[in-house]
Write a protein that binds this ligand. Sequence first.
Ligand SMILES: [Fe+2]
Length: 497
Amino acid sequence: MLQASRSLALQLPSLRSLGADPFTLGVASGDPSPDGFVLWTRLAVDPTRGDGGMPTTPVAVRWEIASDPMMKTVLKHGTTAATPELGHSVHVETVGLPSNREFFYRFHAGDATSPVGRTRTAPAPHTKLDRLRFAFASCQNFEHGYYIANRDIANADVDAVVFLGDYIYEYRSKDRPRVHALPALKTLDDYRTCYAQYHADLDLQAAHAAHPWIVTFDDHEVENNWAGDIDQENDSPASFLPRRAAAFKAYYENMPLRRTSVPTGPEMQIYRKLQYGQLAQFTVVDTRQFRTDQPCDDNFKPTCDARQSPAATMMGAKQEAWFADTLATSPTQWNIIANQVMIQQLRETMHGQTVYNMDQWDGYPAARKRLTDFLAARRPSNPVFVTGDTHQTWVGNLKADFDDPHSAVVATELVGTSITSGGDGTAKTKYSDENLAANPHIVYNNDQRGYFLCEISEKQMISQLRVADKVTSRDGKMSTASRFVTESGRPGVQVLS
Ligand SMILES: [Fe+2]
C-alpha cells in the first residue's frame, strides 16, 4: 500500500506522542510538475536503528502546503499513513497547484511538527521562461567529509537540485573524519540505517528543505560497479538480485520520488523526463540497471577485445529507444541529460600503458558511438549532459569521433565533482596537464570537492563550479573555481573565467 486513502488514514492510530521527535530525518520535495511535486519525510525517533525506533503499526501523518513560510495560508492539507512496510516513509504527490510558484510545506505526527520545507512547481509547458537555475551534484560519502557543499546548495537561488547518484556508500572506509554506522550494507535494515545516518546530517537536511530535488541512483546506492544483474564479484544474479531489491526499496523509501518509481522486487523505474516550460527539459537516465557487464575485468585497464563488443549497452535497448525519442521530440530549447558516468573518452596513462575506466562509457564504446551518432544525425536542441561518478570535474565536448580532432562537437558534458567523496582535493592533480593534453576535447579539470550551479537563458548556459577549500573539517569554505559557457545553437563548452 502506497498511501492510505484519507478516510482510512484518519482511522489510523494518531499517536499522541511518539516519545521523541519523529522528524529527525528532515523533509524533502522532488520531481516538480506544473501543478505539483512529491513531498517526503520518514519518521524515525531513533535514526541509529533500521526500524527508526518506530512502532510496528502505521502512523498517521498530516501534511500541509502553504503559500508562506509561516504556514499561515494553507492551500492544501491531508492525512496519509507512514507504514512500517515502507520504513515509515511518507510520499505525498500533490496536484492542482498553480505552476511556477514557490510553496512551503510541513508534516505533523502525534504532537510533533516537522521543520518547514520550501519547494516550487515547474512552469507550464507552453511558458516562455527567461531563465532557469539548477544545481547538480553527486557522490556524498558521509565518511569522507562534511557537507559544506550541501550547505552552499541550501543557500543557492535555484529552481531545482539534480542529484546524479552515490547518495550513500555501502562500505566503511578507514581513517576518515566520520564513520559509517555499519561496516557493509546487505539487508533492507542495513540500507535503511545508512540512509537514516545520512538524512540526520543537518547540512543535507537544509539542502533538501530548500529546493525540490530530481534524483537518480548510480552504483553505491547498491554496490560498487554493479552492472545489470551482476555484482562486483560476478556472483550469480540469484545471489545479487535480493540485495539489489533491498537497496532499491530503501532508495525509494528515502527519496522524494513519485509512485511510478516504487520498486517491484529488484526492478525500479528511475529513467524519466521533467519539463520546465519551453526553456529546458531534464532527461534522467539509468545507466546501471540495464547495462551489460564491464569488459576487460573492469576498473582502469588497457583495452581488450571485449571492449569493442557491438552488444555493449549502457541503457538497454528499450531505454535507448526511449532516450532517442525523448530527445528527438523534445519541445524545449535546452536539453539537460542527468547522467551517471562520464561519456567523454578519457585516455590515462598507468605504468606506461594507456588505460580506460571500464565502468564509464569508455568501457562501452559501441554504445557511445550509437549515442553520438544519434546526436550528430538528429541534432536535438542544445544537449548538455550533466554527469557524476568520477569525483573530479571534467568539462568538455562530446565528439562524433573522439580520435579525430576535426570531428564535430555534438554536445557539452559537465562532469561534476563530488560533495565529499575522495576527501580534500587540490585544483590540479599531478596528472591534470598530461590528461588534458591526451584528451583535447576536455577543456578543464579540477580535483576539489563541490558541485555545479547552472543558469540557462535563451542565449546561453553559464555553469559555475563551486568548490570547498576542505571538507574534512566543518569550517570548510566555498568559492567559485571557474565558470563555463555553452552558447545556444553551438554545441560545446568554453572556459569563461
Ligand atoms: Fe562516487
